[in-house]
Design a protein around this ligand. Structure first.
Ligand code: GLN
Length: 484
């Protein structure tokens, strides 16, 4: 059952080959068997899953049908779930039980999905390797000594190992696409505002966006259809109807102009990764696309800009965790200052503290103009680069990550090396654009991702092109040997 696509699972449920309760039991059994190795879940919600599944079976018996009815899903532990711990990978929220569901969780439930549990993640989504989680590192199913990427690494490992058919993720600078690339999945970061952020623990509000990790573009399209659309509870959600993503799949590529970013094939890129991405671009050309060169001249500046803007917003968003209204509370405080200081010192890990300090610094009087304001100006230039490119082409391609999954322990004592994992992805978040990563081969046995970037609200085209590519290739069907 765990090797079937979402649409095949839906067909089997429809034909009563198995029930959602049976399907859910199968996935819960796999979680129990394999997750001691992978550590991809922070919380497994077995009872809720079986109750959700029984309800889905009941709805189906009553004549209801939709593509996700009875399909299990894992939610990144950044999404608030009523009655279930939402830790955000942090000791700070280790005992936090949300009083409401995030809109994403709510909409999936309304569509009849079954919540298997909450997945591991970098603390407050800060990281590119899932090593900053208070709950320990997640392991990559393709090589358990390596990272799965981050920050949605738990979701990525769970889907790649067949512990869940689909999972939610979130992005601030690459946290869906980079782990998708490192674990051989298809991961979509939608346009900023396309999917509601209500009930998602905030990291950097002008960049955060929810999305999907799945095994194929088709599975992503079915899932996105359930959650895209306006939400009055999120003032940054866009009041524009969602497209018919599954309906847009499968069109041929003739007439589609695809731009190759020349700046993204230079220094820092693993040559084997670069070669596989070039071969994937040749495949797209063979399938009918017109390949052109485009330039994103400021793309090298996206990391420095991101690491001013994201920490600045984070330092503000994370000020709410002071041990009084939210978060871990230090024992026996002598006064208020002691309470704040010790609660935050104990509750946050090193990377989160580093971000808060950088963010506070760049926002402080005297440095604001030099850092924060300057970063916002360069952000504008990065947006303009994309706008110019999209005057010439419909989609942009490149590598998702400069390298494949690296060993656990690596880059931990070198924050700048870790930050460079997002060199090709973070510009997309700064510009609020949609993008996806799709499997494009293996380098030394480890998955490589092809990065497809689209203009605002062109999730339909991104998914359609990825789907066409997946009809012609089988990279996305490969499974890690230990988890078949
Ligand atoms: N790796 C980046 C960071 O650490 C992006 C994280 C994300 O997208 N949530 O901030």
């Amino acid at each position: 059952m765990h090797t079937l696509s979402v649409s095949a699972l839906g067909n089997a449920l429809r034909r009563k080959e198995f029930s959602s309760v049976e399907l859910t039991t199968h996935f819960l059994d796999r979680v129990a068997a394999y997750d001691t190795t992978l550590n991809s879940f922070i919380t497994v919600t077995g009872d809720i899953a079986l109750a959700d599944a029984a309800r889905a079976d009941e709805r189906r018996r009553a004549g209801e049908d939709n593509p996700l009815l009875g399909i299990p899903i894992a939610h990144k532990d950044i999404f608030c779930t009523r009655g279930v711990r939402t830790s955000c990978g942090s000791r700070m929220l280790d005992t936090f039980i949300a009083p409401y569901d995030a809109t994403v969780v709510d909409r999936f439930r309304a569509n009849g999905t079954v919540m298997l549990g909450k997945t591991n993640m970098d603390e407050f989504a800060m990281g590119s390797s899932n090593q900053t989680s208070w709950y320990g590192p997640v392991r990559n199913p393709w090589d358990a000594d390596r990272v799965p990427g981050g920050s949605s690494g738990g979701s990525a490992a769970a889907v790649a190992a067949g512990l869940a058919p689909i999972a939610t993720g979130t992005e601030t600078g690459g946290s869906i696409r980079q782990p998708a690339a490192l674990t051989g999945l298809t991961g979509l970061k939608p346009t900023y505002g396309r999917v509601s952020r209500f009930g998602m623990v905030a990291f950097a509000s002008s960049l955060d966006q929810a999305g999907i990790l799945a095994r194929s573009a088709e599975d992503v399209a079915l899932s996105l259809g359930a959650i895209a659309g306006h939400d009055p509870a999120d003032s940054t959600s866009v009041d524009r109807p969602a497209d018919d993503y599954p309906g847009a799949l499968g069109s041929d590529l003739s007439g589609v102009r695809i731009g190759v970013v020349k700046e993204q094939f230079g220094e820092g890129l693993d040559p084997v990764v670069g070669k596989l991405v070039e071969e994937a671009i040749d495949d797209l050309e063979r399938l009918g696309a017109t390949i052109l060169d485009v330039s994103l001249p400021n793309s090298a500046l996206s990391i420095p800009v991101y690491y001013v803007v994201a920490p600045a917003e984070a330092s503000s968003n994370l000020s709410r965790y002071e041990g009084v209204r939210f978060g871990h509370r230090a024992a026996h405080p002598v006064d208020m200052e002691d309470l704040y200081k010790r609660s935050r010192s104990e509750g946050f890990g090193d990377e989160v503290k580093r971000r808060i300090m950088i963010g506070t610094y760049v926002l402080s009087a005297g440095y604001y103009d030099a850092y924060y304001l300057k970063a916002q100006q360069v952000r504008r230039l990065i947006c303009a680069d994309f706008a110019r490119a999209f005057d010439q082409v419909d989609l942009i391609v490149g590598p998702t990550s400069p390298f494949t999954a690296f060993p656990i322990g690596e880059k931990l004592d070198d924050p700048v090396a870790m930050y460079l994992c997002d060199i090709y992805t973070s510009g997309i978040n700064l510009a609020g654009l949609p993008a996806l990563s799709a499997p494009a081969g293996f380098a030394r046995g480890l998955p490589v991702g092809l990065h497809l970037m689209g203009n605002h609200f062109r999730e339909d085209l991104l998914l359609s092109v990825a789907h066409r590519y997946q009809q012609a290739t089988d990279w996305h069907t490969r499974r890690p040997a230990r988890f078949t």
